[in-house]
Design a binder for this molecule. Structure first.
Ligand SMILES: CC(C)[C@H](C(=O)O)[C@@H](O)C(=O)O
Ligand code: SF4
Length: 796
């Protein structure tokens, strides 16, 4: 088609289009996935599913695993192996299970003994695994982080993890295009975290539902890649599936010398950059939603409530719920103030904090630590601060920070300097808040109980968390004496400019070890030697015929869903997040079953462990509910944990009706043979809600797409996508369906290898053809890759 006739495309359209393996008439798309990150929490059930079905991992060379959520962040000096290092039983089981799975399935893995270990969303970019124009997925909602490179990166549930492991594809639909343009110049003390908190405050936590957000404008262009990652990271808190920034010179500069990026200076690098440069929205591309933000309106921002949209400038006061527009919002606001232990009208700067946490996939990269250290330097944390933690995002970030002396600055000020992991962001490891403790946190979620049961979280930027630790209260970093930094600008607080290059190349060891970044990529021989002690074919002991022959797989497996009749439980809350549906302590299971007792745990049970008699599911007849009718929007927001639908299902609830759903929860439900129904018409939903309140049965008739009352009268009709309905009604397992598309997938891969050869695994992920069969020689654990780097191998 001549260029003039081509429909203008957005960045998202371009990346999405380039990955379509197959498209059905109803718009259902089989999308190819270039990069799959795996961690211990959302993968055990996926690997189990593969094993049971006799399937193997299609592209181990495009899959990278690490352990991050459960790991202790205490010193690893005495580490022998993960099994003896992790004291908590369930956490240990989950981590050990991942280690067994990576061995069984031949996946490259950065374990605790490897300094490349860290939070998935830190290590992917750091290794050059994340590249512009790629599709990146992980069983984790903050996969959106990787969109900072111009990748289409989004979180998926465990069933989808299994789908990608088996087929390297996902079944999906096109998202809406949303643009957030931030123009102007950020004032000193204002960072990328403030930009994204401000944006979420403006659009709300459901503002991006069904959309992919492109962040653009002069502010975004001026930001470093790390700052862009912080912004894309929190797209999910704005309800979007993904956030993206068009790749530019800043992106290419960051990628130079990264172990898994095309080799800088090579023909492949030039080819890749030429392609990456085409990844920008056409000037006349159309967006479904457009948002403009003027940088001068952004000042250091903090949250006051229990949803990331509850933001105020640090100069503001705790809002008064009585001024909120609707009764539901007023009620939610009152509950939040009570939970947070706050009084309306209190100046934010008067709020005393107990703990400070600098870490998480939002803000644990080297620039974050540099910016926070700049604030802390030469000062001491306030006497009322019980603990202040700095948790680097990866072993390499930690190493880099230590080379720059940042650890000493923090420790001298009274901070704890920890090992890499998710840590107090969600407290699946021992780093948690005690009940009612208040934390200044650089993480991304302030949900009830997020950092510990009854803990109180205020989200903010690294410099603001550092300032809070020093002052002992929420504080305006701009008021601290000596503070003159502009932490959002990459090198501004960097003690010596040359360390930017060191940071870029730190994946291979300390600066003294590497003369030129490119040298490290010529590591094939060393790597071969390092791999020599690995078995020739580390693929799992499964019946490979099932997966490779195409069509041999079984496309059925879920219980069929046609009609569902039963008690419907009423709920009236908006933004019910998956942390509330099932808190983190129950994510440590390696099974899909038995989670019903944990459903809505914090609401259902009192701190004493007794049932809360006021909670709907503890009352008759709702103990027997099969349906949930929620009048508040954005049900299932937040984390991608498929444990949320598993818990509902196990309790007996097979269908949730709400005005709208968060995308990942919506998908996850279908994958478990459940039916989430979005009812946008208020009067329709109110009719169903009234039946629920009356304790009468409701019937969902999927074939006819209607909801009826107990007498068979139609209460409302509903929409459901054709393909999803087909799968539910027939109980189809979509992995089996996708495997029947083997020829198309293989054809797509052939083209990909010739058009974008840099996407085939390289370095320690290298893909090798052995007798026409895929075999990846990847060394799982445990090879000590820490400590004395001179005598120990840096690459497998
Ligand atoms: C454990 C994982 C499913 C979860 C997520 O998807 O976000 C976690 O990373 C979180 O931040 O809550
Ligand atoms: S949000 Fe927190 S728990 Fe989730 S991946 Fe990021 S650091 Fe880990």
């Amino acid at each position: 088609m001549p260029a003039a006739e081509r429909t203008p495309q957005t960045l998202y359209d371009k990346v999405f289009q380039a990955h379509i393996v197959d498209e059905k008439l109803d718009g259902t798309i089989l999308l190819y996935i270039d990069r799959h990150l795996v961690h211990e929490v959302t993968s055990p059930q996926a690997f189990e599913g593969l094993e049971v079905a006799g399937r193997k991992v299609r592209r181990p060379d495009c899959t990278l695993a690490t352990t991050d959520h459960n790991v202790p962040t205490t010193s690893r000096k005495a580490l022998k192996d993960i099994a003896s290092f992790i004291k908590e039983d369930d956490s240990r089981t989950q981590c050990v299970t991942l280690e067994e799975n990576v061995k069984k399935f031949g996946i490259t893995y950065f374990g605790l003994s490897d300094k490349r270990q860290g939070i998935v969303h830190v290590i992917g970019p750091e290794q050059g695994f994340t590249l512009p124009g790629t599709t990146v997925v992980c069983g984790d909602s903050h996969t959106s982080t990787h969109g900072a490179f111009g990748a289409l990166a989004f979180g998926i549930g465990t069933s989808e993890v299994e789908h990608v492991l088996a087929t390297q594809c996902l079944i999906t639909k096109r998202s809406k295009n949303m643009r957030i343009q931030v123009d102007g110049e950020l004032a000193p003390g204002v960072s990328s975290k403030d930009v994204v908190l401000h944006a979420i405050g403006k659009i709300g936590t459901a503002g991006g539902n069904g959309a992919v957000i492109e962040f653009c404008g002069s502010v975004i262009r001026s930001l470093s890649i790390e700052a862009r990652m912080s912004i894309c990271n929190m797209s999910i808190e704005g309800g979007a599936r993904a956030g993206m920034v068009a790749p530019d010179e800043i992106t290419f500069e960051y990628l130079k010398g990264k172990p898994l990026a095309p080799k800088y200076g090579s023909e492949e690098w030039d080819r890749a950059v030429a392609y990456w440069k085409s990844l920008r929205s056409d000037p006349d591309a159309k967006y479904d939603i457009d948002v403009f933000i003027d940088a001068k309106d952004i000042i250091p921002t903090v949250t006051w409530g229990t949803s990331p949209e509850d933001v105020v400038p640090i100069t503001g006061v705790v809002p008064d719920p009585e001024t909120f527009p609707t009764e539901a919002k007023k009620a939610a606001g009152r509950r939040m103030l009570e939970y947070m232990g706050l009084v309306a009208g209190t100046p934010m700067e008067d709020i005393v904090v107990d703990k400070a946490f600098i870490g998480s996939c939002t803000n644990s990269r080297i620039e974050d630590l540099r910016a926070a250290a700049h604030v802390v330097k030469g000062k001491k944390i306030a006497a009322n601060i019980k603990r202040a933690l700095v948790v680097p995002g990866s072993g390499l970030v930690k190493e880099q920070a230590e080379q720059e002396g940042l650890d000493k600055i923090f420790v001298d000020a009274g901070f704890e300097w920890r090992e890499a992991g998710c840590s107090m962001c969600l407290g699946m490891n021992p780093d948690i808040l005690s009940p009612k403790e208040r934390c200044a946190s650089t993480s991304n979620r302030n949900f009830e109980g997020r950092q510990g049961a009854q803990g109180r979280t205020h989200l903010m930027s690294p410099v603001m968390a550092a300032a809070a630790a020093i002052v002992g209260k929420l504080a305006d970093v701009r008021k601290l004496s000596q503070y003159n930094g502009s932490p959002h600008i990459e090198a501004a607080v960097n003690p010596e400019p040359a360390t930017t290059a060191a940071a870029t190349t730190s994946a291979a060891g300390p600066p003294s070890e590497k003369a030129h970044p490119d040298e490290r990529i010529e590591s094939d021989d060393t790597e071969k030697e390092a791999l020599a002690d690995q078995p020739e074919d580390s693929s799992p002991q499964v019946n490979t015929n099932v997966t490779r022959s195409g069509g041999a797989s079984v496309a059925s497996g879920l219980p069929k869903f046609t009609e569902l009749k039963g008690i419907a439980a009423p709920m009236e809350k908006a933004n019910i997040d998956t942390d509330a549906i099932i808190p983190k302590q129950f994510l440590k299971t390696i099974k899909r079953t038995g989670l019903g007792t944990a459903l809505f745990y914090e609401m259902r049970f009192l701190p004493s462990g007794e049932e809360n008699p006021d909670f709907v599911l503890n009352r008759e007849p709702y103990r027997r509910s099969k349906i949930l009718v929620c009048t508040g929007a954005n049900f299932g927001c937040g984390s991608s944990r498929e444990h949320a639908p598993w818990a509902l299902n196990d309790f007996g609830i097979k269908s949730v009706l709400a005005p709208s759903f968060a995308d990942i929860f919506f998908n996850n439900s279908f994958k478990n043979g459940m039916l989430p129904i979005a009812i946008t018409d208020k009067a329709d939903l109110d009719r169903v809600h009234a039946e629920a309140v009356a304790g009468r049965e409701v019937e969902i008739d999927l074939p006819n797409q209607v909801v009826k009352d107990a007498g068979g009268n139609v209460l409302c009709a509903f929409e459901v996508e054709e393909f999803r309905k087909h799968c539910l009604v027939n109980g189809l397992d979509d992995i089996g369906l996708t495997m029947q598309m083997e020829d198309k997938i293989a054809e797509f891969e052939k083209n990909m290898s010739s058009e974008t050869p840099w996407l085939d695994g390289k370095g320690y992920l290298k893909r090798k053809g052995l007798g026409g069969k895929l075999a990846v020689k990847a060394a799982p654990v445990p090879r000590t890759n820490r400590g004395d780097v001179k005598s120990e191998p840096l690459e497998w």
